[in-house]
Design a protein around this ligand. Structure first.
Ligand code: CP
Ligand code: NVA
Length: 309
């Protein structure tokens, strides 16, 4: 079902396939907690190429690869001949001859798609401007663990309308849960994402609402999800304007009063206290951000195992 497949976006998967990834992640999480060996990828090699900074994704992938008994090679783009103009298609075919998979963080989705086109081995998206599927999988696992289900859950997302937001929109459309994206007008989701989500939502009954009304988005929410207002790449160049535009969209304890009393607070991190969230909400009793960060590793292990075995 998964062998040899790329993981470029959650749009690549059906609901049943994502449920299989989450069940595998839960099994691997239990094994890791019990310190049971799970070296299913012994002798394999994984290339790890990051063209943007990362803390969670890079460390969780490299830890996951080590726990699975495989070897990772971390590469900075400036250390490769890519930096001197070697074409992507040549780099991709060479990596394909040495390694059993590529984990890649980059800017355009077209760039990772080009790597995938020229590689036989699985290419796993560790974040592009368009999507962050590994974050989306960890988010689904975290919500399931804390809310016991995805059906009927209302998620309020407040933050940049970018990769993480897009992966949540796709996830909501596949699983049929309610997602309100609160953002200032003018910051709109990508057309390709919305087209996929609108089509899929017709079958699943998902309600996906893009709104400038934070209060309405928070109302009776089970999950409050914050994200930076100035993502890496293009958005960070507009930081000053975004700090003003997004200022009314901060998630804090006052705003959270409109949510369900047992709401959980999520954030993909890195988070900026005093901007999209406050210290008291991220450090408060509703926050599950460290569980969410840990789940990155378990879901990534599931993707690596399922695609590489
Ligand atoms: N959430 C996430 O992807 O974090 P990093 O940028 O630190 O990898
Ligand atoms: N939207 C953020 C997520 C970081 C994990 C960014 O792209 O910078």
């Amino acid at each position: 079902m998964f062998r040899g497949r790329d993981c470029l976006s959650l749009m690549d998967y059906s609901r049943v396939e994502i449920e299989t990834i989450l069940a595998t992640a839960t099994d691997l999480k239990q094994k890791w907690r019990r310190r049971e060996p799970h070296e299913y990828l012994r002798g394999r090699t994984v290339a790890v190429l990051f063209e943007k900074p990362s803390t969670r994704t890079r460390i969780s992938f490299q830890a996951a690869i080590a726990h699975l008994g495989a070897q990772s090679f971390y590469m900075r783009p400036d250390e490769l001949q890519l930096a001197r103009g070697e074409p992507v298609k040549d780099t991709a075919r060479v990596i394909d001859r040495y390694c059993d998979a590529l984990v890649m963080r980059t800017f355009g989705q077209d760039r990772i798609e080009e790597f995938a086109k020229y590689m036989e081995k699985p290419v796993i998206n560790a974040l592009t401007d368009l999507t962050h599927p590994c974050q989306g999988l960890a988010d689904l696992l975290t919500i399931t663990e804390h809310k016991a289900k995805l059906d009927g859950v209302k998620v309020c997302y407040a933050g940049d309308v970018w990769n993480v937001c897009h992966s949540l929109i796709v996830a909501a459309s596949i699983f049929g849960f309610t997602l309100h994206v609160a953002r200032p007008k003018g910051y709109e989701p990508n057309d390709r994402i919305m087209k996929f989500a609108t089509d899929r939502a017709k079958a699943t009954g998902a309600q996906i609402v893009i709104t400038d009304d934070l209060k309405q988005a928070v109302k009776e929410a089970d999950v409050l999800y914050a994200n930076t207002w100035h993502s890496m790449g293009g958005p960070e160049k507009e930081k000053e304007k975004r700090l003003k535009d997004f200022a009314p969209y901060q998630l804090n304890s006052e705003v959270a009063r409109g949510a369900k009393p047992d709401y959980i607070f999520m954030h993909c991190l890195p988070g900026y206290r005093g901007e999209e969230m406050t210290e008291e909400i991220v450090e408060g009793p509703h926050s599950v951000v460290w569980d969410q960060a840990e789940n990155r590793m378990h879901t990534e292990k599931a993707v690596l195992t399922l695609t590489m075995i």
